[in-house]
Design a protein around this ligand. Structure first.
Ligand code: URA
Length: 270
């Protein structure tokens, strides 16, 4: 938070410190706003105080695009960047250097994937949360731990070296949305070329989508409670929509249906 404690009066200093302590005690770990803030831009925008005898200069030229300048077509730029990726390393590099998605500016990490690239099963989640953003890996928070336990129950693991029992895990969005909000349709559309390339490079036997966002991205459909458990196809691959493990944490009664979906996946793989 941007309080400058050293310039406050002692009582105000104590009050500000107590307010911060209280927030930490209440579990606040990050201070986020509704829309992402680019930390990289801030130093340039801050006005430094002028020395008393400093000459007055003309206002600096803004580098904002002119109203009549053509807008970069972000989806087309994503398509070109994704198409030129011939390997997973190329794709990770292309995503890491792709700067047209606002979400990237508020994120610490570009969360690419985890698991075995030779796995028969690709799990597609929504977007990194706080822990994933910190660690740079998908599904490592509470929902991720549940996801690991669910798939281990049918003999599949991201740690497995054997493609038959391995998982490869990635997300539609590689950057954490502010306050873990759902990704917007234009953000999903921008990432779709990368997702298509990612799936083509991994070439899994089946894709399991967790929650609504990957269903929007792959199937152009929402309504996970209706879609779950019904096998369908996207990008020439069989797709099994499942409820997101974060939903299962909030609604334990839904674990029964999730177990049925896991058994359906297991049957499909044998
Ligand atoms: N939820 C997701 O959909 N993906 C993650 O990586 C973490 C939580």
């Amino acid at each position: 938070m941007g309080i400058k404690l050293d310039i406050l009066e002692p009582e105000a200093w104590q009050a500000a410190l107590a307010a911060l302590d209280w927030q930490i005690e209440m579990g606040v770990t990050d201070w986020v706003q509704d829309s992402p803030v680019s930390r990289y831009d801030l130093p340039d925008r801050l006005e430094r105080p002028l020395a008393p005898d400093a000459p007055i200069r003309a206002a600096p030229q803004t580098d904002a695009p002119r109203a009549d300048a053509p807008k970069t077509d972000a989806v087309e730029a994503a398509r070109q960047a994704a198409q030129s990726a011939l390997t997973l390393d190329d794709l990770r590099a292309a995503l890491t250097s792709f700067d047209l998605c606002e979400l990237k500016k508020g994120a610490r990490s570009t969360v690419f994937a985890d698991g075995n690239p030779a796995a028969r099963v690709l799990i597609l989640g929504e977007a990194p949360g706080r822990e994933e953003d910190q660690e740079g890996l998908p599904f490592v928070g509470r929902a991720g731990q549940l996801l690991d336990r669910m798939f281990e129950a049918i003999g599949l693991s991201r740690q497995s070296a054997d493609p038959a029992s391995a998982l490869y895990i990635t997300n539609v969005m590689p950057w954490r949305p502010p306050q873990n909000r759902e990704p917007e349709p234009d953000e999903i559309a921008m990432m779709r070329p990368f997702l298509e390339r990612h799936i083509a490079l991994i070439d899994p036997d089946v894709i399991v989508t967790m929650g609504n966002t990957p269903c929007m991205a792959l199937l152009n459909q929402k309504g996970i409670l209706r879609l779950r458990g019904n096998w369908t196809h996207a990008l020439t691959k069989p797709v099994l929509p499942m409820t997101h493990p974060a939903y299962l944490l909030r609604n334990p009664a839904a674990k029964r249906e999730a177990w049925a979906d896991l058994l359906s996946l297991k049957a499909r793989l044998t």
